[in-house]
Write a protein that binds this ligand. Structure first.
Ligand SMILES: [Zn+2]
Ligand SMILES: [Zn+2]
Length: 504
């Protein structure tokens, strides 16, 4: 399928003038023409008639941990089982399909969900799985159970405690990830990308390496990228300049942690978490941060750091400021990921330094609002200030949207809905602004805006066909029910709803 017309009820270009069209021409992966005038009736170029539907540019998720999402994808989901007996039976079936020594990985185990109302014991795992290492991640995703063979392979000391928590859990996960059979991982990656395409995604920024994925995952991804249905832009989560150069990449960082996260009380705050003396954790001191940023900046890399709490954000801003004042550079597009609890002063400074952000509005959907996690841990006043979208956009900062998958699902419509229904009414943004976060802005913060992010002549033919006109909704909730009919990446259909039929 090389050259074809698309006719639609409305094509929203989301370009700077917000032009709309009724047809476009795709030729050799690109959009070659657009218009509102009637289509030439005698053309022999095939026509896809989407007159009942609307078209948008493909969505871009600017913050995905692709391999860890893929591992999640290939792990057995235990949430559907109601007894430990059933779980063991299913794991046994999995065991029989895997060679000895291969990891059995399962997720979403919740003792509250099974009739036995208890944890799975290490002894029973040892009994049924003597020759296969087993890792069972619990529902909270911050703790896990590993059998004795697994512990031995991971070099963990023999445990009396049944459950691995926090640091130990992270170490276990990190080590297991390194041992996953590559072909299995590749299957998970392709499956994840296909599922992303179903959600209207045509590009993701994949933040790879570090303990959240196999350390060589950037290399694995580059090696198989020709098989990907959609585009994957790699950010290497390392502090090693040479590793990034080796792979000819231009981007360093991602979730390189300046501080931790709110849910684990490790995001660094200027006032303690409610009811505690805990101010969270900083993983860098200012001097080392400046040194690293200076080196990477002088290498001409785009840099990205994870900073969540106000104290974490303060630290990364001071480091960026110092380097950028000493070595000014137009268009550096250095990034801060998450930027959850900035002060108004931080927002002004980020704008002045021309920093880019990748924000995760869907965090608000899961943890924002009355009585939810942010309020519980930060108190009402601070919780209101989480991810201040309106203040950020008002200060002319370019902020892309992202899911932080697997923290929240890859689903831009959920992110867009969350941005529109920010629990703090004053920080809500418009539909157009929210859509831009997941299209043009996410292209821009990855240096992709010349090829992607809007429907314009000579840009990539990255398109979504929506069942319903998203601009016709009466309430934000309707966004969650808009059905994606098709997703087109560089002119190819990478997702098509079964009901959609056309002959070509
Ligand atoms: Zn992060
Ligand atoms: Zn992340």
């Amino acid at each position: 399928m090389k050259k074809y017309f698309i006719k639609a009820k409305k094509i929203y270009s989301l370009d700077t003038d917000n032009n709309t069209y009724s047809w476009l021409l795709v030729d050799d992966k690109k959009i070659r023409d657009l218009g509102n005038n009637p289509l030439p009736s005698e053309s022999d170029i095939p026509l896809l008639d989407f007159s009942e539907y609307t078209v948008l540019p493909g969505f871009i998720d600017s913050h995905v941990h692709l391999t860890s999402t893929a591992i999640n994808e290939i792990s057995l989901d235990l949430s559907i089982f109601t007894s430990i007996k059933e779980i063991i039976k299913t794991l046994e079936a999995l065991r029989d399909s895997l060679p000895e020594g291969e990891w059995i990985i399962a997720k979403e185990f919740d003792p509250e969900n099974v009739e036995e109302r208890r944890n799975i014991y290490i002894e029973e795992l040892d009994h049924y799985f003597p020759k296969h290492p087993v890792l069972i991640v619990r529902k909270d995703a911050h703790s896990s159970i590993v059998n004795s063979l697994g512990s031995k392979l991971l070099g963990l000391e023999a445990k009396k405690e049944e459950i691995l928590k926090e640091e130990e859990h992270k170490i276990a996960i990190g080590k297991v990830y390194q041992k996953i059979e590559p072909s299995l991982l590749v299957r998970g990656i392709i499956k994840t990308l296909k599922k992303a395409a179903e959600k209207g995604i045509t590009t993701i920024h994949a933040l790879e390496g570090g303990y959240t994925s196999p350390p060589n995952s950037p290399k694995i991804l580059l090696g198989i990228s020709q098989y990907f249905p959609i585009d994957v832009l790699i950010y290497y989560q390392t502090t090693s300049i040479s590793k990034v150069k080796e792979l000819n990449l231009k981007r360093i960082g991602g979730c390189l942690l300046v501080d931790g996260s709110i849910s684990t009380l490790t995001a660094a705050l200027s006032e303690p978490y409610v009811g505690t003396e805990n101010y969270g954790v900083l993983y860098w001191d200012l001097d080392s941060l400046i040194n690293f940023i200076k080196t990477a900046h002088k290498e001409d890399f785009q840099i990205a750091f994870h900073a969540v709490g106000d104290r974490g954000i303060e630290l990364i801003l001071r480091a960026y400021k110092k380097v950028l004042k000493e070595y000014p550079k137009e268009d550096h597009r250095h990034r801060i990921e998450h930027f959850e609890l900035p002060t108004q002063e931080h927002i002004r400074l980020a704008s002045e330094l021309k920093l880019n952000l990748s924000l995760q509005p869907s965090f608000l959907y899961f943890w924002g609002g009355e009585g939810k996690l942010y309020e519980e841990l930060l108190g009402k006043e601070r919780a209101k200030k989480i991810i201040p979208l309106r203040s950020i956009l008002k200060n002319k900062i370019i902020a892309g949207g992202g899911s932080d998958s697997s923290v929240t699902p890859i689903n831009p419509l959920l992110g867009i809905y969350s941005a529109l229904s920010h629990p703090n009414v004053e920080e809500r943004v418009s539909l157009l602004e929210a859509l831009r976060m997941f299209t043009y802005n996410s292209a821009y913060i990855g240096f992709l805006e010349k090829e992607k992010g809007s429907i314009e002549k000579n840009k990539d033919a990255d398109l979504i066909v929506l069942e319903k006109d998203i601009f016709s909704i009466r309430a934000p909730e309707e966004i969650l029910n808009i059905s994606i009919i098709a997703t087109i990446s560089k002119g190819n259909f990478v997702y098509k709803k079964l009901t959609l039929s056309f002959d070509f």
